[in-house]
Design a protein around this ligand. Structure first.
Ligand code: DAT
Length: 174
C-alpha cells in the first residue's frame, strides 16, 4: 500500500517563544514526528567546535541536514529550531515563526536561567524580529507565517490552526 503523503512543518523563533511546547503537543495531536534540533545534535554530537562567547557547542549544520534528509523526504516531520536558514528550502511545506512580547520572553528566559549578555541578546533577537526576517529570506514568503505565542489561549488557537492546515494539506496532496 502506498503511504499517504504528509507535510513537513518548521517551528522557528527566538529561544523561549514556545516552539517545544507547541511542537510536542502538535505531534501528539497529529501523529506527525517531532524533532528538536538541539536534542538531535546533542544525542549525535553533531557539533563543529565551541563558541567561547556563548559557552556552547557550535552546530554542525551539514551533518544535521544529512542526518534528517531521508526522513524529511518521506514527510510528516515537525522540526523545532531557533534558526531556519541552515535547512534546505525544499524540506518545508510551511514555516511558522512564533512571536512573544519582550517582557514575557524576558521572564521566561530568566526562569530558564539565562542572564547577562545571553539574556539581553535573545530578547534583542526578538525585538529586531531577526528570525522572522531570516525565514522570509530563506523561504518563499507565502509559506512563512507568524504566530503570537504569549498565552495558553494563543497556544490552543495556534494548535487548532496548524492541525486544520495539516488535515487540509493531506486531503489536497493524496
Ligand atoms: P522554545 O522551545 O521556543 O525555547 P518552550 O516551548 O521551551 O520554548 O517554552 C518556554 C517557556 O514558555 C516554557 O516554560 C513554556 C512557556 N510557554 C510556551 N508557550 C507558551 C504560551 N503560548 N503561553 C504561555 N507560556 C508558554
Amino acid at each position: 500500500m502506498k503511504m499517504r503523503k504528509r507535510p513537513n512543518i518548521l517551528l522557528t523563533g527566538t529561544p523561549g517563544v514556545g516552539k517545544t511546547t507547541l511542537g510536542k503537543e502538535l505531534a501528539q495531536r497529529t501523529g506527525l514526528s517531532y524533532v528538536n534540533i538541539g536534542d538531535l545534535a546533542q544525542e549525535g554530537e553533531l557539533y563543529d567546535g565551541y563558541d567561547e562567547e556563548y559557552q556552547c557547542p557550535i552546530l554542525d549544520e551539514d551533518r544535521v541536514v544529512d542526518e534528517l534528509d531521508d526522513q524529511m523526504v518521506d514527510g510528516g516531520m515537525i522540526i523545532d529550531y531557533h534558526g531556519c536558514d541552515l535547512f534546505p528550502e525544499r524540506w518545508f511545506h510551511i514555516v511558522f515563526v512564533l512571536r512573544t512580547d519582550n517582557t514575557q520572553l524576558y521572564t521566561r528566559l530568566e526562569s530558564r536561567g539565562y542572564a547577562g549578555k545571553k539574556l539581553q541578546d535573545n530578547v534583542q533577537c526578538e525585538i529586531f524580529q531577526t528570525i522572522y526576517e531570516e525565514a522570509m529570506e530563506a523561504y518563499s514568503e507565502d509559506i512563512v507565517h507568524q504566530l503570537t505565542s504569549n498565552t495558553p489561549e494563543d497556544m490552543d488557537r495556534n494548535l487548532e490552526q496548524i492541525i486544520q492546515w495539516s488535515e487540509q494539506w493531506v486531503k489536497d496532496n493524496n
